[in-house]
Design a protein around this ligand. Structure first.
Ligand code: ADP
Ligand code: MG
Length: 352
């Protein structure tokens, strides 16, 4: 098990900064998700930790040892990718034994390590098969088995589940998480999928445009996002963002309608971006709430996502309410006092 510390780490491939002043401390045994959209620098950051790329600046420490000039194979980390990169001509057993054979471990030790990992991963019956005779999920398990047998200081995952269908992804999320609980190994998990980050990570590192936006527990980022990026990335359906103005009495006004009191006092006339989570909103009659119009209704099974028009602006509401609803219906919107988050329109910084 290892700690991984990044201090002011930067990277530029020649086309401008890809990572900017990354400071991050990954604790021993922790499962950390590096989460952000495609192209934000997640894989680059993981490859820097692995030693597959050199940082342009800054320092990387593993277990307190500066590793900037340490070769990947001497960092004692194991990577698991989305493309499983299994050797097609080798059996599962041979694939999982490969790294240990290269290390010239005695055959009895290799057999023991491979069979123990196979048992953990439910691969015992498949050890003599070739990869082509395995399902996608089984191949991904072999790729993990290959990492586990090396008994690395830490696991580095780069979107390992992207090739799998939704059902299998859900199952593998559970299996990776369970494996982490058993092995207790420090794990860094790159994903663009907010559900993976939310469900799997002890802490999420939200990355955008090469810079860390926020670090914290999934619930912390969900409840207390530092800016519009984090607020909009976590949650499905995503948070609503509305253009609002502060009234003299401290109310937030959207499209001429008073929605709710602002959670902090601001000068009248201040314009803000108002963030409202769909599941915090409720429906009522037009007379009892803010009058809005139903634009679309999407059943999810557990409830419904209702698209609403408030003047020229649109928002979504999630409800378990079962009243009949159809496009065009006039309904009332209720915004509970604790619901609003306020952001500065230009910078996107959270202000309340
Ligand atoms: P992510 O994994 O978050 O999708 P990457 O770390 O792969 O993002 O890439 C971040 C940025 O760096 C992208 O703009 C990408 O085009 C660029 N990049 C990544 N690898 C290289 C490379 N080897 N050479 C040049 N540019 C690269
Ligand atoms: Mg990537």
């Amino acid at each position: 098990m290892a700690t991984i510390t990044l201090s002011n780490v930067s990277k530029d491939y020649g086309g401008g900064p890809v990572l900017r002043g990354i400071d991050l401390e990954i604790r021993e045994g922790e499962f950390v998700a590096l989460m952000g959209p495609s192209g934000c620098g997640k894989s680059t950051l993981l490859r820097l930790i692995a030693g597959l790329e050199e940082p342009g600046g800054g320092q990387i420490h593993i277990d307190g040892r500066l590793v900037n000039d340490v070769a990947p194979k001497d960092r004692d980390l194991a990577m698991v990718f989305q493309s499983y990169a299994l050797y097609p001509h080798m059996t599962v057993r041979e694939n999982m034994s490969f790294a240990l054979k290269q290390r010239r471990l005695p055959q009895t030790e290799i057999t023991k390590a491979v069979e123990a990992a196979a048992a953990k991963l439910g691969l015992t019956a498949l050890l003599e098969r070739k990869p082509k005779a395995l399902s996608g999920g089984q191949r991904q398990r072999v790729a993990m088995g290959r990492a586990i047998v090396r008994d690395p200081k830490a696991f580095l995952f780069d979107e390992p589940l992207s090739n799998l269908d939704a059902r299998l992804r859900e199952q593998m999320r559970y299996e990776i998480r369970k494996l982490h609980r058993e092995l207790g190994a420090t794990s860094v998990y790159v994903t663009h999928d907010q559900v993976e980050a939310m469900t799997m990570a002890d802490r999420i590192v939200a990355l955008n445009d090469g810079a860390i936006q926020q670090v914290g527990s999934p619930q912390d980022l969900y409840d207390n996002p530092a800016n519009l990026f984090v607020a909009g990335f976590l949650g499905s359906p995503p948070m609503n963002f509305l253009d609002a103005t502060l009234a003299p009495d401290g109310a937030l006004v959207v499209e001429g309608q008073t929605l709710v009191r602002a959670p902090l006092s601001l000068p009248p006339g201040t314009t803000v971006t108002l963030g409202l989570r769909p599941e915090h909103l409720a429906l009522t009659t037009p007379a009892d709430g803010v009058p809005v119009r139903v634009d679309m209704v999407e059943p999810t099974g557990t409830g419904r996502v209702v698209h609403l028009a408030l003047g020229a602006q649109r928002l979504k509401l999630f409800t378990m309410d079962t009243r009949p609803l159809a496009p065009g219906d006039a309904v009332g919107l209720m915004v509970p006092p604790g619901a609003p988050l306020l952001f500065q329109p230009g910078t996107g910084t959270r202000i309340g």
